[in-house]
Design a protein around this ligand. Structure first.
Ligand code: ADP
Ligand code: MG
Length: 612
C-alpha cells in the first residue's frame, strides 16, 4: 500500500489556522492593535468601515519593518518576539505565536506599508489569500499601516456567519477598549464609516477610563492600590451604587494584557458583599502586575485566559485590597469638603412643618368627554398624554389605594389621573383590581383575570412594532430639550437605532460626543423616565442573544414595551382597567406577553360550582 499522508499546502494550513485566530472582525482589530503596541508605538489609529467587514486599518508610529521582514511577517510562525521555548516564560510582548498576520492574510485582502526610522524608503506589499501580489518601495512615514479588506472574502460561510453591523461593531469597540485601557500612555483614535468614535490622548489610567466611558464615570471610581511580593494591584472599582445588572465594566489586566478570570471576578465580587443589590455585578478596572515567569498565558488560543502559579494568594489579596478600598470610600462622604451645600436645608427652616400646597381642581373634568371643559386647571392638563396614562396613578406603597382627589396634595407631578371623576363614568362593567397586579373582569362564562403589566406590554409592543415598521408615531415636543450623557459605546448603539426610535416618537436633536439632546419623546412616556428607558434599551441590545432569530425592531419594541408598561403596584381607576381590556383584545395575540408568558386566565362558573 502506498503512503497516504501529505503535508497540507501553506495556504490551506493558514486558512485552517485562521479559523482559530480570526473569528470575526474584532479579532483582526485586536491582533493589529497588539502588534502596534509591541512595535513600541505611542500613537495608534484605527479605521473601520462597515463594522470591519469592508475595512480594518491600523496605523502606528512604531519601529516599522525592513523590506525582508515585511515579507516574512506573513509567514506562519514568523515572529520577532521569541527565539526559543524559554522565552515563552518571560514574555513582555502581546504576540509571540507568529500566527496572526499569516492567518489574516489567508482570509482577506491585505496591504502593508511600513518603514523603519532610518530607512530612506519604506515598503508597500499587497497580499491576497496568502499570495503576494505586489511589492514595491513606498514613501511613507516611520511606522506601519496594515489594511485588511473584505474579510472572509474567500470563505463565504464564515462571512455569512458574521452578525449584524451593530453587533460586530460592539465587539470591535470591546477589543479597542481592552487595548486602550491597558495602555493609557499611548494615544488612540478610532473612526467608523468616516466618523470619530474615540479620540484618546496619551494620559493616565483614570483619564483613560473617563475618556472611554464618559465624564460621569470620574465620580464613580474608587482607587485601589496594593503591592505585595507576588502581585502589585492598582486601578479602580466602581462605587457599589453604580453596579449594574449586566456585566458591563469588568476589566482585569495582567501585565497590561486583558484577561478574563471567573475566579478573580469572584474575589472582587465577594469584596463587595453586602454592598450590592441582588443580581448586581461589581464594576472594576484592575491592573495586576506579576513576574512574567509566574504566569502561563499559553493555555487559551485567543489568550484571554491565563494561569497563575499562586492563584489562591492572588485571590485573597485582591479581595482584601478591594474591601479595604471600599471601606475607605464609605467613610469618605463625612470628610467630603466638596459636597454641594446648596441642597442642605437652611437652619431656620429645618424644624418647620411642610406646608400642604393648595390645589384647585375641576371636579367635573372627564378626560373621556370630548366637549371642552371650561375650568381646566392648566398645570394638570397634559393633553398629549395617552389615555391610559392619564388614568392611572403610580404609588410606591402597595397597600395604599388611591382614592382620587385626596391624593392631589401629595404627588402633584403624578396625579393627572385622579382628576378623573368616578361619578361621571360610563356604566361600569364590574371590573376590579386585585393586589394592584391583576384586573378581574366578570365575563359571560365566569371570570377573567388579567395580568396588568403583561397586558400593557402586549398592547405597547404591538403598537410600537407597528410604529417602527409601518407608520410613525406622534411625538410630544419638550419645551426644554433633555440633555443626556452616554458612554461612547452606548452612544454608538443608540446611533444605530435612532431611526427606529424616531418612529416611536423620540426626536434626537443632537448627538455629539457624550451628549445626546432629545427634543421630543413618545406621547405615552413621561420625561422623567426617558433616561431609564433608553438605558434599558441599550442594555437589552447589548445582551441580545445572537441567533435568536429576532429582528432588531422586534427587540427594540419588546424592550421599550417592557420599560414603558405600567407596573405591578400601579393603581388603575375603573376606566383605565376597562381601557386596557379593550386595547388588549384589539391586539393580534392578547393571550401572551411579548416574552411569551400568559397574560390572562379565565375561570368558568362551573369551576366554582364544583367547589361549592
Ligand atoms: P506575533 O505578533 O505573534 O509575533 P504576528 O503575525 O502578529 O505575530 O506578527 C509577525 C511579526 O511581524 C511580528 O513578530 C513583528 O516582528 C512584525 N510586525 C507585525 N506587526 C508589526 C507592526 N505594526 N510594526 C512592526 N512590526 C510588526
Ligand atoms: Mg501579533
Amino acid at each position: 500500500m502506498t503512503d497516504i499522508i501529505q503535508l497540507l499546502p501553506d495556504h490551506v494550513a493558514n486558512q485552517i489556522a485562521a479559523g482559530e485566530v480570526v473569528q470575526r472582525p474584532a479579532s483582526v482589530v485586536k491582533e493589529l492593535l497588539e502588534n502596534a503596541i509591541d512595535a513600541g508605538a505611542d500613537s495608534i489609529q484605527l479605521v473601520v468601515k462597515d463594522a470591519g467587514k469592508t475595512l480594518i486599518q491600523v496605523t502606528d508610529n512604531g519601529v516599522g519593518m525592513s523590506e525582508t521582514d515585511a515579507r516574512l511577517c506573513f509567514e506562519r510562525h514568523a515572529t520577532s518576539k521569541i527565539k526559543n521555548a524559554d522565552d515563552l516564560f518571560n514574555l513582555h510582548t502581546k504576540g509571540f505565536r507568529g500566527e496572526a498576520l499569516a492567518s489574516i492574510a489567508a482570509i482577506a485582502h491585505v496591504t502593508l506599508k511600513t518603514k523603519r526610522e532610518n530607512d530612506e524608503v519604506g515598503t508597500s506589499l499587497t497580499i491576497e489569500g496568502s499570495e503576494v501580489t505586489a511589492q514595491e518601495p513606498a514613501v511613507v512615514a516611520k511606522g506601519t499601516t496594515v489594511s485588511v479588506k473584505n474579510l472572509f472574502y474567500n470563505i463565504p460561510a464564515r462571512r455569512n456567519f458574521l452578525k449584524s453591523n451593530p453587533v460586530e461593531t460592539r465587539h470591535i469597540i470591546d477589543e479597542f477598549h481592552r487595548v486602550a485601557l491597558a495602555h493609557p500612555q499611548v494615544a488612540f483614535s478610532m473612526t467608523h464609516n468616516g466618523s470619530d468614535v474615540f479620540q484618546l490622548q496619551a494620559s493616565n489610567i483614570r483619564q483613560r477610563i473617563v475618556g472611554i466611558f464618559g465624564t460621569k464615570t470620574n465620580e464613580k471610581l474608587v482607587p485601589v492600590e496594593e503591592e505585595t511580593d507576588i502581585v502589585q494591584v492598582d486601578g479602580f472599582v466602581l462605587k457599589p451604587e453604580y453596579a449594574k445588572k449586566s456585566r458591563g465594566e469588568q476589566f482585569f489586566f495582567v501585565n497590561d494584557r486583558f484577561i478574563k478570570s471567573a475566579y478573580l471576578n469572584h474575589a472582587v465580587q465577594s469584596a463587595f458583599e453586602g454592598l450590592l443589590k441582588d443580581g448586581a455585578h461589581a464594576g472594576y478596572f484592575l491592573f495586576l502586575k506579576v513576574p512574567p515567569k509566574s504566569i502561563d498565558i499559553n493555555i487559551h488560543p485567543t489568550k484571554t485566559e491565563i494561569k497563575f502559579d499562586d492563584e489562591h494568594s492572588i485571590y485573597a489579596m485582591l479581595k482584601a485590597t478591594v474591601k479595604h478600598s471600599l471601606g475607605q470610600f464609605s467613610v469618605a462622604p463625612v470628610l467630603d469638603f466638596n459636597k454641594d451645600t446648596g441642597f442642605d436645608t437652611p437652619y431656620e427652616y429645618s424644624k418647620k412643618q411642610p406646608k400642604i400646597p393648595n390645589v384647585e381642581v375641576d371636579r367635573s373634568f372627564n378626560p373621556f368627554r370630548n366637549e371642552p371643559s371650561g375650568r381646566r386647571t392648566p398645570s394638570f392638563s397634559r393633553p398629549k398624554q395617552s389615555s391610559w396614562e392619564s388614568l392611572c396613578v403610580e404609588t410606591k406603597d402597595s397597600g395604599h389605594f388611591s382614592t382620587g382627589i385626596a391624593q392631589l396634595e401629595v404627588e402633584s407631578e403624578e396625579v393627572t389621573g385622579t382628576l378623573f371623576n368616578e361619578t361621571e363614568k360610563e356604566p361600569s362593567r364590574g371590573t376590579f383590581q386585585l393586589q394592584q397586579k391583576y384586573i378581574v373582569s366578570p365575563i359571560k362564562s365566569g371570570l377573567m383575570v388579567i395580568h396588568q403589566h403583561r397586558a400593557h406590554q402586549r398592547i405597547l409592543y404591538e403598537e410600537l412594532l407597528r410604529n417602527i415598521t409601518v407608520q410613525e408615531a406622534v411625538s410630544q415636543q419638550l419645551l426644554f430639550p433633555l440633555q443626556l450623557s452616554f458612554s461612547t459605546p452606548d452612544r454608538e448603539i443608540l446611533a444605530s437605532i435612532t431611526e427606529q426610535l424616531e418612529h416611536t416618537g423620540f426626536v434626537f436633536s443632537e448627538m455629539e460626543q457624550e451628549q445626546v439632546e432629545i427634543s421630543g419623546i413618545p406621547v405615552s412616556i413621561s420625561e422623567s423616565k426617558v433616561e431609564d428607558i433608553l438605558k434599558q434599551v441599550i442594555a437589552d441590545i447589548k445582551e441580545e442573544v445572537p441567533d435568536a432569530g429576532f429582528s432588531q425592531n422586534d427587540l427594540l419594541a419588546k424592550s421599550l414595551a417592557k420599560s414603558m408598561a405600567i407596573k405591578t403596584g400601579t393603581v388603575l381607576q375603573q376606566a383605565a382597567q376597562e381601557h386596557i381590556i379593550d386595547q388588549l383584545f384589539a391586539c393580534k395575540e392578547p393571550n401572551v406577553c411579548p416574552a411569551n408568558r400568559p397574560v390572562l386566565l379565565t375561570m368558568d362558573s362551573s369551576d366554582f360550582d364544583k367547589k361549592f
